[in-house]
Design a protein around this ligand. Structure first.
Ligand SMILES: [Zn+2]
Length: 358
């Protein structure tokens, strides 16, 4: 497949594959934009729904987009907001419903939002990302073929409406990339149909939509392959929300080039640090089955060793395991920052190794 060779931002062309951590509300929890940069992380993912709900449009226009507002000069992808909205509705954390027009959400007693494909794209344009994602209708895990077909039909219809709105906003280049999302659950025929109907509309890439895990807990590579096989040449393939190191490696083999996930940052805040089973960067071997493990901060209360010898992050260069354990006890905010910096560095090193091999 003739895949894109880089991801373009205003200032650079990023090597692929890339991993963008989630900066849901325009911040990676516990870090500032300079901290993110120090880890070698090339870009971030912001959440359209949360920012649409919480951020003033005027302010966003005044700054000229989310990048300038955050003081961030790396890449930015804005998701459509659909996944979060639907998860909130399906988990009954908010009242709402999904109708053909869009998603209706009761944000508070007095405020109701109708989040349509057009609204999503117009707001993403205000964010000024490098890549936008169209609003899609998530196929719930375990859906029947009939229900999954309905989500595919709606996903294609919404993608068409997003495309129209996008073309109105950007009649001529430069334009951000526009990514469509392939739905259809674990029905190969529906994934194929969805990809083919979306390709007929025309986008810059496809995302692996829905839930990429099978009922037995295994990663669903078969569905990922069906999407990859039906992706036009020159398109990006994006593993939406996919972020376990071993899953990233598996998906890169299938041609996926963009990844985002909350795992490394969330795990860091819960004292789970990713550590290569190697004494230096040069000896990291991704082909080894257990090429990394989780380090539990509580186990290093008296250790004068760094968390990882293969890592050159702020934490590993300057502080011991014992000091990190102490910080988690007496000043968790400082500890979470260092742990998050470390986990993001683990991911930027992982992607550097994958770039070298692709
Ligand atoms: Zn480190």
């Amino acid at each position: 497949m003739n895949a894109p060779r880089y991801f373009k931002t205003p200032d650079s062309k990023l090597k692929l594959p890339v991993f963008f951590p989630d900066a849901t509300r325009a911040v990676v929890k516990t870090l500032d934009s300079q901290d993110i940069k120090s880890t070698g992380t090339p870009g971030i993912l912001v959440n359209t729904y949360h920012l649409y709900r919480d951020l003033d449009r005027q302010l966003l226009s005044q700054f000229g987009g989310i990048r300038l507002f955050m003081g961030w000069d790396g890449g930015v992808i804005s998701d459509s907001g659909g996944f979060q909205v639907m998860s909130l509705i399906k988990s009954k954390k908010v009242n709402g419903e999904i109708i053909d027009k869009g998603v209706v959400i009761q944000v508070s007693r007095s405020r109701k939002i109708i989040f349509t494909p057009e609204v999503s794209i117009r707001f993403q344009a205000l964010l000024q990302p490098d890549m936008m994602v169209v609003l899609d209708d998530f196929t719930p895990p375990g859906a029947s073929h009939r229900v999954a077909q309905r989500t595919v039909d709606r996903t294609v219809d919404w993608a068409r409406r997003c495309r129209q709105e996008f073309t109105k906003l950007y009649p001529t280049p430069p334009r951000p990339y526009l990514l469509a999302v392939v739905q259809g659950g674990d029905f190969g025929d529906l994934r194929r149909e969805c990809a083919q109907r979306l390709a007929a509309i025309g986008f810059d890439g496809f995302g692996y939509g829905g839930w990429p895990v099978k009922a037995n807990g295994d990663f669903d590579y078969e569905t990922g392959q069906v999407i990859a096989d039906n992706t036009p040449a020159g398109y990006f393939l994006y593993g939406l929300g996919i972020g376990k190191p071993e899953d990233i490696i598996g998906c890169v083999k299938q041609g996926y080039q963009i990844f985002d996930c909350v795992l490394p940052t969330r795990d860091a805040r819960h004292r789970r640090l990713y550590v290569y089973q190697a004494n230096s960067f040069k000896t990291i071997n991704l082909k080894k089955k257990n090429f990394y493990s989780f380090y539990d901060v509580k186990k290093g209360k008296t250790s004068d060793q760094p968390v990882s010898r293969a890592c050159d992050c702020l934490l590993c260069r300057h502080y011991s395991r014992a000091y990190l354990a102490h910080l988690f006890q007496v000043e968790p905010a400082a500890a979470m920052r260092l742990a998050t910096i470390h986990n993001l560095r683990f991911y930027s090193l992982l992607m550097a190794l994958l770039q070298g091999k692709s």
